[in-house]
Design a protein around this ligand. Structure first.
Ligand code: SF4
Ligand code: SF4
Length: 472
């Protein structure tokens, strides 16, 4: 029985409720009046229920779909402004005892090279990332209690935060590791992580069990209830995501939104981020084996609808997507992207060596960070290396209230300009620097509060004089 506040996975992601929602959506997909009223309601940036969002997803009327896309863009602009935050994944280890059939790290894959970074190698990776200009990382590791126990992850976090190379620093470490216990989440919290990210992969229990035939991850409940345990362990910023293509997309969207509603209902804090990966080729993985693999158009529509339905959330797109898809997704509400990612273990410090055969997936966007930054600037976005919120204690419900009201933009805008300035001076090519300086001049005018604008201008001058790390 569906119960948004239940702590049982089968009740807050109730299969019956999802099927009833999909039926309702199909019955109303041509109901113009209803669809227009849902779009109108969404204009207030208060979000939509899973039922309302599912009706929008089912709508095939192009004119109404165009309205949704325009609204998604407007909502992202209203809440987060022009900034696009950068992050990079850092793969610590690809040892894994799970059997996820869509991932080359699955335990039965004997052709992939297994590698786990030593602390010296982590140091080299961190310096390589700092030398590109990155400030925010997402740590990735397979599940393996012998090779990658929590103590190893904690040690890696300590190492990463301790490294200060030239003007570089990793200021926020997000963590994407397997579902674990409340005790372990407390330890991650104490280690100073930003967001704990865990993808559900698929919300369809039957699919889930087929795709995860063995290993600890095969326990659907334990996996689905992990964000609750993370919250109970004190991590108040958690990230959701599904791997689109594993199940039918309408089912996944509905499950994802029900999960967001559950977090909000129980903890008063919805997902800090939602990621939108879809199945893509990798060593030992053929996309053609997945009959639900998504066409671009549908994926883009999902991006827009998630933005409309969960306006306050940070929406993330990775380098799984190519440049053109990333460009379109930015128009539809994406607020965070990775740049110059390596999905191999040790790939930043040793880009061309044997690490290539340790990768989790093939990247479609292989541009350098500088190229991606310049590309964003030329499209009028502000590349941002901001990590201010969690360092200022703006997490959980504090962050949510600012994001929901749109007040967070008052911090995002100046922080984006100041961190971009650092990037331009420390790491950018001459062309990017020129474009970036012009953008900063222009975007300063978009800081509405005069006092904040003046402080930002002063700080920009200090950055020119080699001071660093200003934030609102
Ligand atoms: Fe292991 Fe994660 Fe890959 Fe599954 S998706 S095989 S848990 S690394
Ligand atoms: Fe993100 Fe907060 Fe910085 Fe805005 S101010 S970019 S929400 S960390």
């Amino acid at each position: 029985m569906y119960n948004v506040k239940s702590m049982k996975a089968d009740e807050f992601i109730d299969d019956g409720e999802i099927l009833a929602t999909l039926k309702y959506a199909q019955e109303n997909k041509d109901n113009r009046e209803l669809i227009e009223s849902i779009i109108e309601k969404a204009e207030d940036c208060k979000g939509l229920s899973h039922r309302e969002a599912s009706v929008l997803l089912a709508c095939e009327n192009e004119e109404l779909n165009e309205k949704m896309y325009a609204l998604a863009k407007k909502i992202k602009q209203r809440i987060y402004g022009n900034r696009i935050v950068f992050f990079a994944p850092l793969y610590l280890s690809n040892y894994c005892i799970n059997s996820c059939v869509y991932c080359p790290y699955h335990v039965k894959n004997k052709t992939i090279c297994r590698k786990k970074l030593t602390q010296d190698e982590i140091k080299a990776e961190t310096i390589a990332l700092q030398d590109m200009g990155h400030k925010r990382l997402a740590l990735e590791a397979g599940e393996d209690p012998i090779n990658n126990p929590l103590e190893y992850i904690l040690e890696c976090i300590d190492t990463i935060y301790s490294i200060k190379h030239k003007n570089g620093a990793i200021r926020r470490v997000n963590v994407n590791i397997a579902a674990t216990t409340v005790e372990n989440y407390k330890k991650l919290k104490d280690a100073g992580i930003g967001t704990y990210i865990l993808f559900q992969e698929t919300y369809n229990r039957k699919n889930y069990e087929e795709l995860h035939p063995a290993g600890p991850k095969s326990d659907y409940e334990y996996h689905t209830e992990a964000h609750d345990r993370a919250m109970q362990g004190g991590i108040d910023d958690v990230g959701l995501g599904v791997l689109f293509g594993l199940g039918t997309y309408a089912y996944e969207l509905c499950g994802l939104l029900m999960h967001a509603e559950h977090l909000e209902a129980v903890f008063g804090v919805g997902p800090h981020t939602i990621s939108v990966p879809r199945i893509c080729p990798a060593e030992d993985i053929d996309v053609n084996d997945f009959s639900n693999a998504l066409p671009d158009k549908i994926w883009q529509k999902l991006v827009a609808i998630i933005r409309i339905a969960v306006p306050y959330t940070g929406m993330i797109v990775s380098t799984r997507e190519n440049e053109e898809n990333r460009r379109i997704a930015l128009e539809l509400g994406i607020s965070q992207i990775s740049g110059a990612s390596k999905t191999s273990v040790g790939g930043y410090a040793n880009p061309d060596d044997e690490t290539e055969n340790t990768a989790q997936f093939d990247r479609s966007d292989t541009r350098t960070l500088d190229e991606v930054a310049d590309w964003l600037i030329r499209m009028g976005y502000i590349p941002s290396f901001c990590t201010a919120c969690y360092r200022e204690g703006r997490t959980g419900d504090r962050f949510m209230s600012l994001a929901k009201s749109g007040a967070i933009g008052n911090c995002c805008q100046p922080n984006a300009l100041m961190t971009l300035k650092e990037y331009l001076i420390d790491y950018a090519s001459e062309t990017t620097r020129k474009h970036g300086e012009e953008l900063i001049e222009k975007e300063l005018l978009n800081i509405p509060n005069e006092k904040v604008r003046q402080i930002t201008i002063d700080n920009l001058k200090k950055i020119e004089n080699d001071e660093r790390d200003f934030r609102f």
